[in-house]
Design a protein around this ligand. Sequence first.
Ligand SMILES: CC(C)(COP(=O)(O)OP(=O)(O)OC[C@H]1O[C@@H](n2cnc3c(N)ncnc32)[C@H](O)[C@@H]1OP(=O)(O)O)[C@@H](O)C(=O)NCCC(=O)NCCS
Length: 148
Amino acid sequence: MYIISESDDYEKLSCLFNENGLEIDAGIRRPHNVVKCWECRDITSNKLIGGASLEIRSGYFVVADVAVDIDYRKEKIGTQLMSIMEDEIIKQGGSEAWLVGKVPEFYIKIGWEIVDRDQAPNISKCFTCDKFGTECFAEVMRKTLVKA
Ligand SMILES: CC(C)(COP(=O)(O)OP(=O)(O)OC[C@H]1O[C@@H](n2cnc3c(N)ncnc32)[C@H](O)[C@@H]1OP(=O)(O)O)[C@@H](O)C(=O)NCCC(=O)NCCS
């Protein structure tokens, strides 16, 4: 059993993101453009087992990071974290979300679509990285959000 809640401890979350293979330094301070972050904890052990952060970049809502501890994957925690972020965007008046994702299959399953890099707003430093499209095959993705 686990619980997801809003988090103020970005430094801890950045460690979780780093440990789970995201390109983020462990222990960094909360970037100024973070809208909100969430953590997921195992209720029994209180262990941090998942997290997510939502940012505004160039005026667009961007799922900056989402990660689930390897021992807790495929239990829909990732899906729930994504759903919470999407709801938050709608709550804040947004109608679409963006991300650059290394696991497009996961995002496609939950309603995201791949977008040509040329058609995306300037939401990622990936776009100017030499590895993008050569060594790194992340996809730019978008989801149109509708009120439930
Ligand atoms: C990607 C990640 C957040 C998914 O979290 P999760 O809690 O395991 O995902 P869910 O259980 O909600 O999965 C939902 C669906 O997506 C599928 N899925 C999850 N991860 C997947 C992956 N890496 N590749 C393909 N499909 C995946 C699941 O099998 C599930 O499919 P189903 O509905 O048919 O059962 C998690 O694997 C993770 O932290 N990975 C390492 C960090 C990372 O890559 N983050 C994303 C960076 S862009």
